[in-house]
Design a protein around this ligand. Structure first.
Ligand SMILES: *Cc1c(COP(=O)(O)O)cnc(C)c1O
Length: 387
């Protein structure tokens, strides 16, 4: 949707800054060892940002590798004209074998049983073998290198195998135990990759956002396995783990906005909202904000989170409703009907990011972004008017 953001008069909307997103990609890429490619992870509608918009922006910036979670996401991207490699990171029913061929998609092979089943369809689509190095989610067991190599060789012939990958499950956590475990995973994966090096598979990768920042190096440890980083959360300007430091200049690209529909005085002893969970102890002014849990504002932020109004924090009071939320604006006398509210993002010098919201919720920024409802319309700020 192409409008000037200052003209938006919606109930609840997202402003997505594709210039920032592109910059996040370029900054991250510039910090990787020379020659390392980024596979942009744009599953779950690009973590809520809009997968087609994000893929187009990154394609323009030179990205040609993408990863999604399922066939519908992949087909949607192709139908929108996205080129390059699209890897499906998770299971697709063998029923879709022909679709995988027709759309030139790459399917992750989640197990030997799955490989066999896919091979039996007779369809020749591209695939990459998932290797389980300790997460115990998907992949053939990486513990037995020789057995792994046999399976890879077998399906290299039966399927059109273009790569191998594994997933690191604690690369974002800087404790000795987690570092040991991550190196163990990396070495296990490298042993497998080395054992089939003669196949010259073009796509062999193990790093997510965190591993690309905290592990990937130019030493022999990453020979054969370090040429691609699967970049997810940091592309969107968030931290893999709240304890992480991410590179200077990488910032969230999303701003979630809403409006004040009314401001009213509430007197001592009165309560606010469903369940009467908030009781005014003093004279208060309460703003009704037109966004709620149906838009993705978790109800667990009731009496806990805040929004930004006129560049100041306004605490959420009472329970968040489906479509509306109440905020304390006693200290913001200029707040009035029609004023814009930042539900997530920054205003003036203050910000409340998806990571901040996640911290208040006891979850991760990933989940906060993925919970942004389809009902919240996305508006895009583009790096180039021609995009
Ligand atoms: C989601 C996902 C990623 C991206 O992880 P981030 O932490 O967001 O960088 C990479 N690889 C796999 C297999 C994934 O499922």
């Amino acid at each position: 949707m192409e409008v000037h953001v200052s003209q938006i008069e919606k109930r609840s909307w997202l402003e997505i800054n594709l210039t920032q997103l592109r910059d996040n990609y370029l900054i991250y890429k510039s910090m990787l060892p020379a020659g390392t490619e980024v596979m942009a992870v744009i599953k779950a509608d690009a973590y809520g940002h809009g997968d087609v918009q994000v893929a187009r922006t990154l394609s323009w910036a030179g990205c040609r590798l993408f990863a999604v979670s399922n066939i519908d996401e992949a087909v949607g991207l192709r139908e929108a004209g996205i080129e390059g490699e699209i890897l499906l990171l998770g299971y697709s029913s063998p029923y879709y074998a022909k679709t995988l061929c027709d759309y030139d998609l790459t399917q992750a092979i989640v197990s030997e049983e799955y490989a066999e089943r896919m091979a039996s369809t007779g369809a020749k689509f591209k695939c990459q073998m998932a290797i389980d190095t300790g997460m115990n989610r998907i992949g053939i067991d990486g513990d037995d290198t020789a057995l792994c190599a046999d399976i890879i060789r077998k399906y290299h012939d039966k399927l059109q195998l273009t790569g191998l990958f594994t997933h690191l499950c604690v690369a974002d956590t800087d404790t000795e135990e987690c570092r040991d475990f991550t190196w163990q995973q990396i070495r296990k994966f490298k042993a497998v990759a080395d054992s089939v090096a003669d196949l010259h598979l073009p796509y062999v990768h193990c790093c997510n956002s965190a591993a690309g920042l905290f592990y990937l190096n130019t030493s022999q440890e990453f020979d054969n396995i370090g040429k691609i980083v699967r970049l997810g959360i940091v592309l969107y300007g968030l931290k893999p783990d709240i304890s992480n430091t991410i590179p200077e200049g990488i910032k969230p690209a999303i701003s979630w906005k809403s409006v004040i529909s009314q401001v009213k005085d509430v007197h001592p002893g009165e309560t606010i909202g469903y369940g009467r969970t908030f009781k005014a102890e003093r004279e208060m002014r309460i703003a009704t904000v037109t966004t709620g849990y149906a838009d993705g504002l978790s109800r667990h932020l009731s009496n806990r989170g805040h929004v930004l109004i006129h560049g100041q924090f306004a605490p959420i009071v009472g329970r968040i409703c489906m479509d509306q939320t109440l905020a304390d604006v006693t200290h913001i006398p200029q707040a009035k009907m029609g004023d814009h509210v930042v539900v997530m993002g920054s205003m003036g010098n203050l910000s409340y990011t998806a990571d901040d919201m996640a911290e208040d919720l006891g979850t991760i920024g990933y989940e906060v972004l993925c919970n942004l409802s389809k009902r919240v319309q996305r508006f895009y700020v583009r790096p180039d008017a021609s995009l």
